[in-house]
Design a protein around this ligand. Structure first.
Ligand code: BG6
Length: 277
């Protein structure tokens, strides 16, 4: 079953459900902001203060960072422009236990003014027993292009003090807060601001939270970003309550920093993530 909703301000989102799961996906940014399994609650963190309006990214769910992750490129806004652009809904294919949604963003005069490339970005979301999302970038230029990108997934957790992230041990990471590289030796616990880019990460990462384990399987990526703003930064974040840092951790399947992707003319690169809750 699916339905398109239009808010009073014109903001549109798609609601899809089957016997196993239920999701809400904004057409702006192909942004999934709600995913529940078997009548449960939202498994993604979503800020109560989030805006739902064109030009502002929803705070929570899975924003897409594309064609840039971060703010290294001065000519582009932080995390690129895809998260605030309107995607075209190409198809919804459903059966009893899963729903597949395909959305597309193509270059426009507006995108070419920001980033002068001809591209197609196809996002495929499948909800069912797991949550799957992929983004495929096709280069329609005659010349090569490069991207950095991420699924900026906000995971809702019981309390940040219960979180242990496994699977990053032995990876080197750039601690962007102090601009230093270190090697991760232990499973990661979060008790301070964390903003790190782990390099050469495994395909599987595990988020332990109290009595459950969330598994992330990523393909097409060699870097993973872990972010929690902690107390001070959280109080300054837009569309976020000052205590929100206790409720989520972002584990972002990425192609970031040295793990940038070069795409030759007419070629495609796909980044995909499957989350089992
Ligand atoms: C993370 C970055 O991916 O996103 C952080 O590593 C940043 O540095 C965070 O603060 C949130 O970014 P934004 O643009 O959504 O406020």
């Amino acid at each position: 079953m699916h339905k398109i909703h239009t808010l009073e301000n014109g903001f549109k989102y798609l609601e899809v459900s089957n016997t196993l799961s239920h999701a809400k996906i904004a057409l702006q940014g192909a942004h999934i902001f709600y995913y529940a399994y078997k009548g449960g609650e939202n498994l993604l963190w979503l800020s109560e203060k989030s805006a739902y309006e064109y030009g502002v990214a929803i705070r929570g769910g899975i924003p897409l960072c594309w064609p840039r992750f971060g703010s290294i490129d001065e000519s582009l806004q932080q995390h690129g422009f895809a998260r605030t652009m309107l995607f075209e809904l190409l198809s919804v294919n459903e059966n009893d236990v899963s729903s597949e949604v395909i959305l597309k963003l193509s270059d426009t005069p507006e995108s070419r003014a920001l980033w002068n490339h001809r591209f197609e970005l196809v996002v495929r979301i499948v909800i069912g027993k797991t949550l799957q999302i992929s983004m495929s970038t096709k280069n329609f230029d005659e010349k090569e292009l490069f991207i950095t990108q991420a699924f900026h997934t906000y995971f809702r957790v019981s309390h940040i003090s219960n979180v242990v992230i496994k699977g990053l041990q032995n990876s080197y990471y750039l601690d962007t807060l102090i601009d230093e590289k270190h090697k991760e030796r232990e499973p990661l616990r979060i008790n301070q601001e964390v903003d790190r880019v782990y390099m050469d990460t495994d395909d599987f990462i595990y988020l332990y939270d109290k009595d459950r384990v969330i598994t992330l399987k990523t393909i097409g990526s060699a870097s993973t970003v872990v972010w929690n703003p902690w107390i001070e930064k959280c109080s300054k974040m837009s569309y976020m309550d000052k205590n929100a840092y206790k409720e989520f951790v972002c584990i972002e399947s990425a192609n970031a920093f040295d793990d940038f992707i070069l795409i030759k003319s007419k070629k495609i690169h796909t980044l995909s993530l499957e989350v089992s809750f």
